[in-house]
Design a protein around this ligand. Sequence first.
Ligand code: FMN
Length: 204
Amino acid sequence: MRKVTLETQALLVPVPVALVSVLGESGMTNILTASWLSVVAGAPPMVCLAIRPERLSHAMVQETGEFVINLPRATLLRAVDFCGTTSGRDVDKFAEARFTALPSIKVRPPAIGECPVNLECVVRQSQPLGSHVLFLAEVVALRADEDIVEDGAVIAGRLAPLAYDPFGGDYWTLKEVVAHHGFSEGRMPAPKPVQKNHKKQKTK
Ligand SMILES: Cc1cc2nc3c(=O)[nH]c(=O)nc-3n(C[C@H](O)[C@H](O)[C@H](O)COP(=O)(O)O)c2cc1C
């Protein structure tokens, strides 16, 4: 196939979509829809999140140095889009989305009760990077709805997560498991759908 040279962009697709709950010094809560986020270390568990400095949420993360990454089910898509297209300067997103502000275990911003996974994060470093400020944060507590947990691990298939194309703007659902990590080592034939993830998540 012939290659086409495109405008240079950080084109990684798809990426996850999360609802990031934050708290300002005034005690005001807010939610930022975020897709420019990733895992960066396993021990200690670290994530990164890039926020444009003009967002209200950026100021709130700067103030407290804490945030909660809440992973939404695909059924929360309307709220995901809403929290990513409105500012906490204009609306109370917790109230408008009818979300429950659940007290966190180790950080001050509340978790979103309706999201099945909540990662409580403390910022360890921040780095301005042009359009965005990169926050490197340690995950200091993790909670998940008990119906998606088995043997101490989250069963991703029960989470029904969303993915996003930050350049095209489309939301995606992830419906099918096609194989399990390491399947090729067993010289297995073509991947078959795996119904259930029996193993704990791997540290990579
Ligand atoms: C799917 C999606 C992903 C987004 N990802 C990010 C992101 O990673 N970083 C960011 O700064 N803004 C991101 N945004 C935009 C903010 O969510 C949006 O500007 C929001 O209105 C900011 O709210 P705030 O002013 O209350 O902080 C995203 C929006 C959508 C819809």
